[in-house]
Design a protein around this ligand. Structure first.
Ligand code: ATR
Length: 268
């Protein structure tokens, strides 16, 4: 019997996680079954309970259940507590335990794959919803010189930033002439083909800057805006693979190599 894992979300049919984890399992010579489970919007807990009862050992949690997963867990890691969200459930060690690997996934993609060192840099995080909240603790811990959270609803950015020392929240209109070395788009604007109301790219990006859109597999208006100004830009494919590798590590105690998987994912 293979060890059972799954990704739980709604919708979940598009999820690349089963494919990614199948590559990891093969590379590590482990007998793992990793499936997609679409939980009804009002039945996340019951869905996880049923998966546990069917010998499910662990699960990734995706939209819109990451906050519910946080509540579901009897205890959580420090990074999940800071993110107030869980994307990795451990179900085979007694009471359900939750972790969040999104932040470290972003960091590993930036620092290991894209060779962008965050320490001492000026960083702008766009968005103040669940996606932004999940990565802000890791960005903060990476030691940037400056970390600004900007959001369409500026009060949400201020409230989120207030939880993290040295971080400031504002609206896009408050950015003025500030330049950044890294701009991370954690808004869902790109999913509907929109661009947040940013200043001109020539002003926003410092020389040698990097633009990162956490959305995967889409040429978002933000990526086009950055590239049109000659700025290096990346979508969230690497983050997707790195957060999966970190979940795999949490479950199995081995960190799979991500390079070949990321290359294959990008090839499509
Ligand atoms: P997620 O879990 O993906 O973060 P969310 O919690 O609904 O989803 O948050 C969506 C984020 O994208 C918010 O920061 C939202 O801004 P508001 O708080 O002002 O709503 C941002 N967003 C969505 N569409 C946007 C757009 N067209 N322009 C700018 N920001 C947008």
């Amino acid at each position: 019997m293979p060890d059972r894992y799954a990704v739980i979300g709604n919708p979940v049919a598009h999820s690349k996680s089963p494919w990614i984890h199948a590559q990891f399992a093969r590379a590590c010579a482990l007998d793992i079954e990793y499936t997609r489970i679409e939980a009804p919007l009002d039945a996340f807990s019951a869905t996880v309970d049923a998966f546990r009862a069917a010998a499910g050992r662990g699960a990734n949690v995706t939209l819109p259940f990451k906050q519910e997963a946080f509540i579901y867990c009897a205890s959580v890691s420090e990074r999940a507590r800071e993110a107030r969200a869980v994307n990795t459930l451990v179900l085979d060690r007694g009471e359900p335990w939750g972790d969040n690997t999104d932040g470290v996934g972003l960091l590993r993609d930036l620092e290991s794959n894209l060779r962008f060192e965050l320490r001492g840099r000026r960083v702008l995080l766009m968005g103040a919803g669940g996606a932004a909240q999940a990565v802000l603790p890791a960005l903060c811990a990476a030691g940037p010189a400056r970390l600004i959270v900007a959001n369409r609803t500026s009060d949400k950015a201020r409230t989120l930033a207030a939880r993290f020392e040295g971080t400031t929240g504002c609206g896009y209109e408050d950015l003025g002439g500030d330049a950044f070395d890294l701009v991370v788009n954690a808004t869902s604007a790109g999913l509907v083909g929109e661009l947040p109301a940013l200043p001109s790219a020539q002003v926003l990006f410092a020389p040698g800057a990097f633009a990162y859109d956490m959305v995967y597999g889409r040429d978002t208006p933000f990526l086009s805006y950055a590239r049109a100004a000659g700025v290096r830009a990346s979508d969230g494919a690497g983050m997707l693979v790195e957060q999966a590798a970190e979940s795999f590590l949490v479950w199995r105690g081995v960190r799979p190599d991500t390079r070949a998987v990321l290359a294959a994912l990008r090839k499509g």
